[in-house]
Design a binder for this molecule. Structure first.
Ligand code: PMP
Length: 282
């Protein structure tokens, strides 16, 4: 396996990672996960734009021009002969320097990127999955895709221990997003989701959902809803690069609709599959 480190490709086995690294010691960095279908990146422009936005928000200079980064990311797929479904993980940190909270001087950002096989979870996409709700205890700048994921890790683990696929986070009862996804509620044919404020990560798939809704004349309403609203929901779903458009058929003890993925979710799944050029579960 070839790993992109800075501007070079290194065999996975020869990779050494500096211990005094700000990503490791402070979570001082940002990341992206990009979906790959049959050897092609999906939504790469959206992810690259967000990477630069996240980096700028925490004052990290990306040591690449965008065109150069694109070239390296494509080379990463070529070097690894990626032809199947996979994900690419990329992280950019403030660099390696003696430990000190303040930014180091004259230190270049570290970039690492690698590819991993990743199959679609078609059973779950067809059948739906369950979610639990939890208080959103994260910081105020969730629009930055930061490496600091401890609250998200703890939330996801709690969901897993309770047999659920996702933890839906709420601030004082207002649903923000999932531990690693955006959350939507469908009622009377309208799609509701938290506005893309600093409180949530503006998902790349979320941007697409807005577009798919517009194309299909489905009202896309950026209005926060409350956890109590799940009781009156016709459908609930979540989106992310790894989970795609995932129906949620149970939230805590509440069965959503008739407990099966609903028509609006199905339609958006079909739009996603068409856009990504993949064959359908919807
Ligand atoms: N919110 C959070 C907290 C996430 O970690 C993710 C996954 N990156 C998302 C939303 C969805 O983002 P995207 O659609 O870009 O994968």
């Amino acid at each position: 396996d070839w790993i992109l480190t800075g501007k070079e490709f290194v065999d996975k086995n020869d990779l050494s990672y500096p211990f005094e690294e700000r990503g490791l010691q402070f979570g001082d960095g940002v990341y992206e996960v990009i979906r790959i279908y049959e050897g092609e990146y999906y939504l790469i422009d959206e992810h690259v734009e967000r990477l630069y936005r996240s980096a700028a928000a925490i004052k990290i200079d990306v040591p690449f021009q965008k065109q150069e980064l694109y070239a390296h990311l494509h080379e990463l797929l070529n070097k690894n002969s990626v032809r199947n479904d996979a994900t690419m993980y990329l992280q950019l940190t403030r660099g390696s320097a003696p430990r000190d909270h303040a930014f180091p001087l004259n230190t270049e950002a570290n970039l690492y990127a690698y590819v991993k096989d990743f199959a679609r979870d078609t059973d779950s996409l067809e059948e739906g999955a369950s979610a639990i709700t939890m208080e959103d205890i994260r910081w105020e700048w969730c629009y930055i895709k930061s490496l600091n994921l401890l609250p998200n890790v703890l939330a996801k683990q709690n969901a897993k221990e309770l047999g659920a696929k996702e933890a839906i986070l709420h601030k004082d009862g207002m649903v923000t997003e999932g531990s690693s996804s955006n959350i939507y509620l469908v009622r009377e044919g309208k799609v509701y989701t938290h506005p893309a404020t600093k409180r949530i990560l503006g998902g790349c798939v979320r941007m697409k959902i807005e577009e798919f809704c517009k194309e299909a004349d489905i009202p896309f309403i950026e209005e926060a809803f409350r956890i109590e609203d799940f009781k009156g929901a016709d459908e609930v779903f979540m989106t992310s690069s790894t989970s795609e458009v995932q129906p949620l058929t149970k939230v805590d003890e509440v069965t959503i609709g008739d407990g099966r993925p609903g028509p609006v979710t199905r339609k958006l799944q079909a739009s996603y599959e068409k856009d990504a050029g993949i064959t359908g579960t919807a």
